[in-house]
Design a protein around this ligand. Structure first.
Ligand SMILES: [Zn+2]
Ligand SMILES: [Zn+2]
Length: 174
């Protein structure tokens, strides 16, 4: 979806208010593609700041089909988007923001999909857990440890303990 900001760039007036759908059905994050299983419309407001410069604010949310980092259980994760940024018309020098601006502006048109895509990536959760104390899966047998122990011997001796044990054994031999 593209929104024409010509009027907003030109002069101060009533802010432009638009509600439009999010069209994308998946998000590609690095090498992985995630389905969007639910999404809101985007509520956007464009306010004139000066000739050729507008201030955009917006809100939306998407629910992305992820998996728990530890147990790999499918997990719908809601990402709330609430953003504001300046955009520039083609005849204005955007300075430091030129690159960002080119990403979401095509001429006088705001590229809503690109804007939303960027916002989703910026708000991507660092960690995805089905619950804070998810026990994950056993590295030996693959059992989901949230459903009980599997009985595998996953004991890894602490090297510091091994030293103490050596000393203990040495003393015993005397
Ligand atoms: Zn989990
Ligand atoms: Zn196991």
């Amino acid at each position: 979806m593209f929104i024409n900001l010509s009027d907003v760039f030109l002069s101060a007036g009533r802010p432009l208010e638009v509600t439009c759908p999010i069209e994308m059905t998946e998000v590609q994050n690095g090498y992985e593609t995630f389905s969007i299983i639910e999404k809101s419309d985007v509520k956007l407001t464009g306010t004139h700041k000066m000739r050729g410069k507008a201030h955009i604010t917006g809100e939306a949310y998407v629910v992305v089909d992820m998996v728990c980092d530890r147990c790999l259980k499918p997990l719908p994760v809601r990402i709330d988007l609430s953003f504001e940024r300046d955009v520039f018309s083609p005849e204005v020098d955007a300075g430091d923001e030129t690159e960002d601006n080119l990403d979401i502006m095509q001429g006088y048109q705001l590229n809503v999909e690109n804007l939303i895509f960027n916002e989703i990536l910026m708000n991507w959760p660092m960690k995805v857990l089905c619950k804070a104390d998810c026990k994950g899966i056993c590295k030996m047998c693959g059992k989901d440890l949230n459903f009980g122990e599997c009985g595998c011997d996953t004991f890894v001796p602490d090297p510091r303990m091994a030293v103490i044990k050596d000393i203990f054994n040495a003393n015993k031999e005397v």
